[in-house]
Structure formats: C-alpha cells, structure tokens
Design a protein around this ligand. Structure first.
Ligand code: 4AD
Ligand code: MG
Length: 461
C-alpha cells in the first residue's frame, strides 16, 4: 500500500516497509550514499530517500534526476540528518517517468515568478505554487464549511447570462455566429436573434442578481463560481477571469451585512492559520516576513467602520500627496484605500454610504437621496477585497434609478418581479477569491494565486 509523503513525515511507526511515489526534487551523492529528495505535493516538505552506494551504484541512479517521477520502496527510519525526523532507507527505486536534465526547466536554482508564469503547466511543482495551491484549496473548503455551518444554501448561478449584473458594460460576448459574416438586421447591426440562444449573451460578471432570486426563496444563500470581466486593467490586483463568493441574505440590512463580512473574513483567515501552518510558514520565510503577523492581527482586531464622506475628509487633510486628487463624489483609487488602511487606521476598514453616482444601480438609496447603502471592505496590501450593499427593495425607486443609469429594464423584468411579489429588505456582498488568496499567501501579484491566470493578451494555457 502506498503512503503519501505527508503521512510518512507525520508517522510515529518506524522500522516498517513503505512505498511512496512522487517527483524527484534533488539528488546529491558522495562515495557511500545518495540522498534523493522526493515530493508528491501532499505537503511542502520533501521526503529524504537514502540509497546506499553498495546497493545503488551511481550508474543505476542516472535517471533519478530532478523532475523524474519515481516509486520508492524501503524502510521508514529515524533520520540522523537535520531538517527531518524520518527518512526512507531505500531497497528499490523505480523511475516511472524520466525528465531530461538538458530540457527540464525547473532545475535546482530559484526561478523568478515572471518566468514561472510562462510555464504554468510546470509551476505547480515548485514549492511556492504547491504552497499557494494548497492554501487556495483550504480557503475554498473553509468558505463552504462556514456557510454550511451558518445556515446558508449553495446555489449555482449561470455562467452564460442575458443580462449585465453590474450595468458596467464589461462583458465578454458569447456567440456562435461566424465572425466574418454574421447575419445582419436591416439597419446593419449584428442580428443576435439568429444566434444560438436567439439573443445576445455574455459571460457573467457576477452571480448576484440570480443570488437575489434564491435569497427571496431560501433566505440565506451564496454562490461561489467563476466571473468574467473584460476590463482592460493590467494590474497586480485584476484578472479577466476570477472566482467570486457572493452571499445574499433576505431580511439583512447594511449593518447585518457588515457583521457577516467581518466575521466571514476573520474565520477564513483563522482557518488558513490553523490548517496551512507549514505552507504559510514557508511563504512567510520566503517572500514576506510580516505575513503571519498581518494575518493574526486581522483575526484579532475589530475592523474600522466609517462612511465614504468621513473618509474623504480624512484623505483631504492627509499630508501625503496623492496621484489622483480626492473630493466628495470621486471614486477612491487604490492609493487612497491603502492610505486609510495602512497609514491612517492601520487595520481593515469598511467604507459605507458612497455617492450613488459611483455605485451600481441596485443599491438602496439613503434618505438623503445622494448616497447609497454600499459597503467596501478594504484590506492591508490589497485595497478592496469585498464590495457589497443593501439592495433597493422598492420597485419605484429601483426603476427610477435604472432609468437614470440607462440600465435596460427589458433584460431584467424578472429582477423587477422580485420587488413586485413579496419584496423584502435584503443585502449581500462579493468577495474576490483571488484577492483573499493574495492576502493570505502574501504573494504580490494576483496572477500567481490562480493556476491559469487570464489577463489582457494572455490565455496561453
Ligand atoms: O465590487 P464588485 O464589482 O461587486 C460585485 O460584483 C457585486 N455584484 C458583488 C455582490 O454584492 N454580490 O466585485 C466584488 C469583488 C471585489 O471587491 C474584488 O474583490 C473582486 O470582486 N473583483 C476582482 N478580483 C479580481 N479581478 C477583477 N477584475 C475583479 N473585479 C472585482
Ligand atoms: Mg467594487
């Protein structure tokens, strides 16, 4: 029976025969013995395999090279060397798949993250990406666990949609029409009634609106799926394809929404600290010595809550010079968000009640008629990690707002029906999953926390 490296490294049962399979990280040898470091992805650490030269002459190990896959049989013994408690004294080593050292790109020396992005098919075999992918997995699991424990139902919202959930026009079109000769209407525009769905469709930018449908029936729900944005933002915080977690709750007002967002974020970070200790220790050591301290402090401190209007006053009286000037009504840039979080309050911040002009059509209007019940959660090193709001539940106010913002009501008749039949106060938010993984791993670029990043001029894999 085969064991994983993780099982063997945490095993108390020594001096027994074991079988392990994995990939060779390094091999070094002297006259008497060869040491082979084997990793199988189950854990960040390698398992040391000891091959005595008497049994394994140098020549017999020539294919046991970095990158090769191997099966090792032997005895699990206490290790004399430092850095590990157990090792395998090998009795049989089989090379399952060779990796030519002349060709295999991941040799012992460190590689830049930029270079690794070009070999997205091999980078999961590095320590860094192994750690990131395991943390990513743990966080996804923690999301489902949190909601399941707290009475939320997981709903699957569509990927292909006929509407624009954010009304921001940043959608990827989905079509089967021939690009060279699409059918055209009398006025010359492309005739989407001839298309697969009989109308123009696109990849979803958010599952929120369908999430609202489910919340108006099941009470507390969430979606967790891929979302797509054709925004041309070539930054370390944006992807064209990213995963979003969107809870939506009937009978929640903005304050309840903020309480949930704060508790949710803290419990996800706590989960990672408890379940990914080895990977986080590695990332802390390798990339960012303040990572663990920052994660612990987010779990322990209360987030600062203030209104957009109060934040503008703080930013206007800041000594720091900003690239983009701020005044009431302007959207905040990441330099402003990070000033508030990293310099002014030195803790996560929840900003509320933004001017209606810079937020989406579905947000509930405040009594003053100028601001909406929006909330953005801002994190150190990240900026906006969550965007959410209480939703407008009043049919007349909603249709007025949609008309003002030129959001077509005919695509969203079903959304309006929710306000016609048994409307109720409700709220929700969207957490960008990659921004969360970015925060928890301490990586600097969002392209390094998703296996196959999609960004402008890049879809090679
Ligand atoms: O603020 P956003 O646009 O909000 C919505 O889409 C709402 N419909 C969510 C809701 O209320 N259900 O996006 C939510 C979050 C952002 O705070 C950010 O973390 C992430 O999604 N996000 C992106 N992450 C990576 N790349 C991009 N291009 C992103 N755009 C938004
Ligand atoms: Mg936003």
């Amino acid at each position: 029976k085969r064991s994983t490296v993780q099982q063997l490294l945490s095993s108390q049962e020594l001096d027994r025969e074991v079988l392990v399979k994995g990939w060779v990280r390094t091999r070094r040898s002297n006259k008497y013995v060869a040491f082979i470091a084997v990793n199988d992805g189950s854990v960040i650490h390698n398992l040391q395999v000891v091959a005595d030269a008497e049994k394994f002459p140098e020549d017999s190990l020539k294919d046991v090279a970095t990158g090769a896959s191997v099966a090792v049989r032997g005895t699990l013994v206490a290790s004399q060397g430092k850095g590990q408690t157990v090792e395998i004294q090998a009795t049989e080593i089989t090379v399952l798949g060779k990796a030519d050292p002349e060709e295999y790109p991941l040799q012992k020396k460190g590689h830049s993250l930029e270079f690794l992005r070009e070999i997205a098919h091999l980078r999961p075999r590095t320590n860094t990406f192994g750690a990131v992918l395991r943390v990513r997995h743990a966080l996804a699991f923690a999301v489902h666990e949190y909601f399941n424990k707290n009475g939320f139902y997981y709903v699957h919202t569509p990927i292909i949609t006929g509407s624009d959930a954010e009304g921001a026009g940043q959608m990827f079109r989905v079509t089967t029409l021939a690009p060279e000769h699409p059918p055209r209407t009398a006025d010359g525009s492309v005739d989407f009634t001839e298309d697969f769905f009989g109308k123009a469709t696109n990849l979803t930018v958010s599952g929120q609106l369908e999430g609202e449908i489910a919340a108006m029936a099941l009470g507390k729900v969430y979606t967790f799926g891929p979302t797509f944005r054709a925004e041309n933002s070539n930054t370390a915080r944006h992807l064209a394809e990213f995963w979003m977690i969107e809870p939506e709750m009937a009978f929640y007002e903005l304050e309840d929404n903020m309480d949930l967002a704060e508790d949710f974020l803290k419990s996800l970070v706590k989960y990672a600290l408890e379940h990914c200790a080895d990977d986080l220790a590695f990332l802390n050591e390798q990339y960012d010595k303040e990572l663990l301290g920052r994660l612990n402090s987010v779990v322990e401190t209360d987030f600062k809550r203030l209104t957009y209007t109060e934040a503008i006053e703080i930013l206007k009286s800041a000594k720091q010079k900003f690239e983009f000037p701020v005044d009431w009504g302007t959207d905040l840039q990441s330099e402003h968000e990070r000033y508030l979080v990293e310099k002014h309050f030195k803790k996560p911040v929840i900003l509320t009640n933004y001017p209606k002009e810079i937020k989406a059509f579905y947000m509930k209007l405040d009594e003053d008629g100028r601001t909406v019940r929006a909330m953005d959660v801002l994190f150190p090193g990240i900026g906006e990690i969550i965007g959410g709001s209480q939703r407008e539940e009043d049919l007349t106010k909603l249709t007025t707002r949609m008309a003002e913002m030129h959001v077509p009501t005919e695509d969203l008749w079903w959304y309006l029906d929710l306000r016609k039949f048994g409307t109720a106060p409700h709220s929700g938010f969207g957490l960008g999953f990659e921004r969360l993984v970015l925060f928890v791993t301490g990586m600097a670029n969002i392209r390094d926390v998703i296996p196959f990043p999609r960004f402008p001029k890049n879809a090679a894999f």
